[in-house]
Design a protein around this ligand. Structure first.
Ligand code: 13P
Length: 289
């Protein structure tokens, strides 16, 4: 029996309790272990995000499910953990459902709205039957992810309502957020759009992508306006990179058994843990497991 859970309950609680659950994107064993151990230490729920590219890197979605599921058992993780496809294609969503993911994002934001509605409708039915949570997207999130570049659009609140009414678990609506580094001249999140979307979709938990580099006050305001899930990817990668660079620049890989991957990857692992801890604390999910 897998310990992986749907994200539905954790998001409903987050929405009601006015905090957000972090989605931390994973790339390998170290990332996964860092994320779940930190969540357990802080008694917080967590969502592990897997992009299609990361899934491929880890040799396929089945490997990801098997590794994560076994890890939760071996580490005796008792806080709620969801394994979630990030920005899935229609085909990718089906593969992840088959592979045992507990949560799916279908990103139909690049389709005309009618096609997004049609494909999302089908996935709502499948996910409901299997007890999985489903995230949909309206208004593409800017920046680059797996080679897809968006412009940081603001979603149309009426289109958000159309998708929310299909019965998805959570909705990602573009509010000027982008993946990766924010440019110097970024005008900030559009709280006007967020409020207008919230007004149309009512109780639907909203998802904020591009969590890296959004100032703390904007994160807090977004949560107060209905955001219940925030995705973070790039910031963990930067933390890992910086710590690994320092280790090598200090020549530690040349000292004794410093070349051993278990030693070489340790500073990066600790840096991911510290970043995850910072996010869970900022988002308010500590002790909400
Ligand atoms: P960042 O890489 O900007 O943190 O965005 C992560 C994300 O939104 C994944 O879907």
């Amino acid at each position: 029996m897998s310990r992986l859970v749907s994200a539905k309950e954790m998001l409903t609680k987050a929405r009601d309790g006015k905090y957000a659950v972090a989605q931390i994107n994973i790339n390998n064993l170290e990332w996964t272990k860092a994320a779940v151990l930190t969540a357990q230490e802080l008694n917080s729920p967590i969502i592990l995000g897997v992009s299609e590219g990361a899934g491929k890197y880890m040799t396929g979605f089945k490997t990801v499910t098997a590794m994560t599921s076994a890890m939760l058992d071996e580490l005796n993780i008792t806080v709620p953990v969801a394994l979630h496809l990030d920005h899935g294609t229609y085909e990718g969503a089906k593969k992840c459902i088959e592979a045992g993911f507990s949560s799916i994002m279908f990103d139909g934001s690049h389709y005309p709205i009618d096609e997004n509605v049609e494909k999302t409708t089908e996935l709502v039915k499948i996910c409901n039957e299997k007890g999985l949570s489903l995230e949909a997207e309206v208004g593409s999130i800017g920046g680059e992810e797996d080679g897809v570049i968006g412009n940081g659009e603001c979603a149309d609140p009426d289109e958000c309502k159309r998708i929310a009414d299909l019965g998805v678990t959570m909705l990602a609506a573009g509010i000027g957020n982008i993946h990766g580094k924010y440019p110097e001249n970024w005008p900030g999140l559009s709280f006007e759009t967020l409020a207008a979307v919230k007004d149309k979709v009512g109780d639907m938990p909203l998802v904020l992508h591009g969590g890296t580099g959004i100032p703390e006050d904007q994160i807090k305001k977004a949560i107060s306006l209905g955001v219940a899930k925030i995705n973070v990817n790039t910031e963990c990668q930067w933390a890992f990179q910086e710590a690994t660079r320092k280790y090598i620049e200090a020549g530690k890989d040349k000292e004794g058994k410093g070349f051993d991957p278990r030693k070489l990857l340790a500073p990066g692992f600790e840096a991911i843990k510290a970043t995850v801890k910072e996010k869970l604390t900022l988002f308010g999910s500590v002790n909400k497991a």
